[in-house]
Design a protein around this ligand. Structure first.
Ligand code: IVH
Length: 671
């Protein structure tokens, strides 16, 4: 074959494989045997390997890349990914309808709904440019998510290329990534047998998988995805139902159980039906989503407090089961709080085996009169940690004894204290090994400093052997390498890997460093907001309570806790030590230059050397602005191949159109 013929054959194979893939993974109606499919795939892979110039990002042979993702980049969603208000019963559904009718005027009060299953997974947004999948991102906090493109591409039901019945220059699909219950159970069982940590439910499994650094491992796990909405400027549909049909037409997997309902009563019947039938589904659902069908009405209804007024979630009741409390254990956390946990007779509930449940605090134990040996009802709600709902006192043994609160710390025997204002009891010893372990584990955990390998067993070992007494000791481990390798079960290699991971943690951004300090009430979201607001630790340390509260979403409990933390000299010493070690205590200034200062760009078409997100990054880092639509205010339109309506618009408005090379020259030449 000559080059021209090879190119043609590659294109033909890609089309065939896309189609078979779609029939198998989206429609579940395969037309050819696995063997025939594999043969076509092998042919494509071989041709591409021999002619790499013809490899494109949408090639079905390139779903699984071999590059490891180092850090998941943050992506700002073009339109925030909203959350849903919740309803739990018929009355609340009626109130939802009432709110709708209050906004719509009399002539429009006829409202139709689409009811859909609420898939219990994690939401994803896929951006397509000229029909090709460009980026995939998690929801994150709704405004900023994480880019997971390489991992999302391994999910076979996600189209790498849209079946373009209608051409969309920019298209964003939103949906839910999930794993089916059976695969979840099998994989969890395998993990248990290998001594690995198991996942509490399919949702956590899917979320954990999507965040893995190696897409090859992601590809080995059977993730799947249903899609339920999209954004594009070029939508001519008038109803949500038509949107679902369009999504299906262009290649997305749409859950087939949606229903058009003419009244809220019909919606209620749908909810009741699925609450009873949910166990028969191969995937987990945690409720029903109800959406106003008319897009025009949706627009008019708008949103309140980050959730749309035109939709709501009907949440199913949490699943409950009865079991016995074998023992009540008192655990010491990193703040010193001593909390009771019920050690249960293992039971299977909502996808996993449960052997522990939280009892919150001593007051709760007293209120419900919970005792060792009791038969209790436990519930697993939206959150992962199961809780004890009630005690079946008819099954209580005659000799059972009331639970008493401990007086001494179960770990270090120090006296416990109870603050007037709080339900929790605290260990009074700052150097309690349990507290140290908790602090270190938090510091090294995901979302904080992410020190790979520094997990529970190693932290236990280091604290017990006296290698670690405080956070700063983590960064002094490098001086103790000789002694560390002598510890039984730790080889030279694993110590080297650990020390490397500790060094690597120094690149974590300020927001993560701040979170990892474990300051009371300063969660990951608050830490990032504070970091962005104050830019560096010095500004934050010297800020007053009022100044701290000027930060978006930061209230008095956080500000008071910060003031208290910084007033302790030991904490300031720790921060200074970590600064000297090279940890980041300031946000990085992102501007590579200000060469594009004040200039605005609209990007359109497919570029040679940049992805859509990549070029946006370059523009912003050099001080420019990226606009989504062409208007008379646009200064430049950066056009790649197959540019569509935006280019035409720019021509009409007489806006300067440049190509990629001209753009790069601009950055090189401008001073
Ligand atoms: S619609 C503004 N439809 O539920 C509308 N969400 O609590 C946003 N979810 O973040 C979502 N199945 O991850 C919608 N059929 C469905 C859904 C669904 C699952 C998830 C989604 C969202 C969360 C909202």
């Amino acid at each position: 074959m000559n080059k021209e013929q090879i190119k043609k054959r590659i294109s033909e194979l890609k089309d065939m494989l896309d189609e078979h893939n779609y029939k198998y993974y989206v429609l579940s109606q395969p037309e050819i045997s696995d063997q025939d499919f594999d043969n076509l795939m092998t042919e494509l892979k071989t041709l591409e390997d021999e002619n790499p110039e013809f490899i494109t990002s949408d090639s079905p042979a390139r779903r699984v890349g071999s590059d490891l993702t180092k850090d998941f980049k943050s992506v700002t969603h073009s339109v925030p990914m909203l959350s849903l208000s919740n309803t739990y019963n018929y009355e609340e559904l009626l109130e939802f309808e009432k709110r709708i009718k209050n906004v719509l005027s009399d002539e429009e009060v006829k409202v139709e709904y689409v009811a859909e299953l609420k898939i219990d997974g994690l939401s994803v947004s896929l951006k397509y440019s000229n029909g090709i999948l460009e980026t995939a991102a998690t929801r994150g906090d709704g405004t900023i998510g994480e880019e997971i493109t390489n991992n999302a591409k391994t999910i076979k039901s996600i189209p790498l290329k849209l079946k373009q019945k209608q051409f969309f220059e920019e298209f964003e699909a939103r949906g839910e990534i999930f794993i089916d219950v059976e695969s979840f159970r099998n994989l969890n069982k395998e993990r248990e047998e290998n001594g690995e940590k198991t996942f509490a439910n399919p949702r956590n499994f899917a979320a954990g998988t999507v965040k893995l650094q190696d897409p090859r491992i992601v590809a080995s796990r059977p993730l799947d995805a249903f899609f339920y909405s999209f954004l594009t400027k070029e939508n001519k549909n008038e109803t949500h139902l038509d949107n679902l049909i369009l999504l299906k037409k262009i290649g997305f997997k749409v859950n087939p159980n949606f229903k058009l309902c003419g009244s809220i009563e019909e919606v209620m019947d749908y909810c009741k039906y699925w609450e009873n039938e949910r166990d028969g589904l191969p995937y987990e659902i945690d409720g029903v989503v109800i959406k106003v069908n008319s897009l025009w009405q949706q627009k008019k209804l708008g949103e309140i407090a980050k959730s749309p007024r035109w939709a709501t979630a009907f949440k199913f009741k949490a699943k409950r089961v009865e079991t016995k409390i074998n023992k009540i254990i008192w655990q010491v956390g990193r703040t010193g709080a001593v909390t009771p946990v019920a050690d249960l007779e293992p039971v299977f509930l909502a996808g996993s085996t449960i052997s522990r449940a939280t009892l919150h605090n001593y007051d709760e134990i007293v209120r419900k009169d919970i005792r060792e040996g009791d038969t209790v009802v436990i519930e697993k709600g939206g959150d992962v940690i199961p809780k004890v709902v009630e005690v079946d006192k008819t099954k209580r043994e005659i000799l059972s004894k009331e639970t008493v609160a401990p007086v001494n710390c179960p770990v270090c025997s120090s006296l416990l204290i109870k603050l007037e204002s709080e339900a929790a009891i605290y260990c009074s010893n700052e150097n309690c090994p349990a507290r140290i372990k908790g602090k270190i584990l938090h510091f090294a955990s995901r979302g904080a400093m992410e020190i790979e390998g520094l997990g529970e067993s190693l932290v236990d070992l280091f604290v017990e052997k006296g290698f670690i007494e405080s956070i700063s000791d983590i960064y002094l481990l490098k001086n103790k390498k000789q002694e560390l390798v002598k510890i039984e079960r730790l080889g030279e290699k694993s110590i080297s890997n650990l020390l490397e991971a500790i060094e690597k943690s120094k690149t974590r951004p300020f927001g993560k460093v701040l979170y990892s300090l474990g300051i009371r009430f300063v969660g990951s979201g608050a830490a990032h907001k504070l970091a962005n607001h104050f830019k560096n630790i010095t500004n934050l340390i010297k800020a007053s309570k009022d100044e701290i509260e000027e930060t978006d979403e930061i209230g008095p409990s956080i500000s008071e806790s910060l003031i208290k933390y910084f007033s302790d000299k030991r904490n300031i010493d720790l921060i200074e030590f970590l600064q000297c070690e090279g940890l980041k205590f300031e946000v990085e200034t992102e501007n590579a230059s200000n060469k594009l200062n004040g200039l605005s760009f609209v990007v359109t078409g497919t570029l040679k050397d940049f992805s859509r997100e990549g070029i946006k990054d370059v523009i912003i880092k050099n001080g420019g602005k990226v606009l989504s639509a062409v208007s008379s205010k646009t200064e430049f339109v950066l056009a790649g191949e197959n540019a569509g309506s935006k280019l035409k618009n720019a021509e009409k408005l007489g806006i300067k159109i440049i190509n990629e090379d001209e753009f790069l020259k601009m950055i090189e030449e401008r001073e």
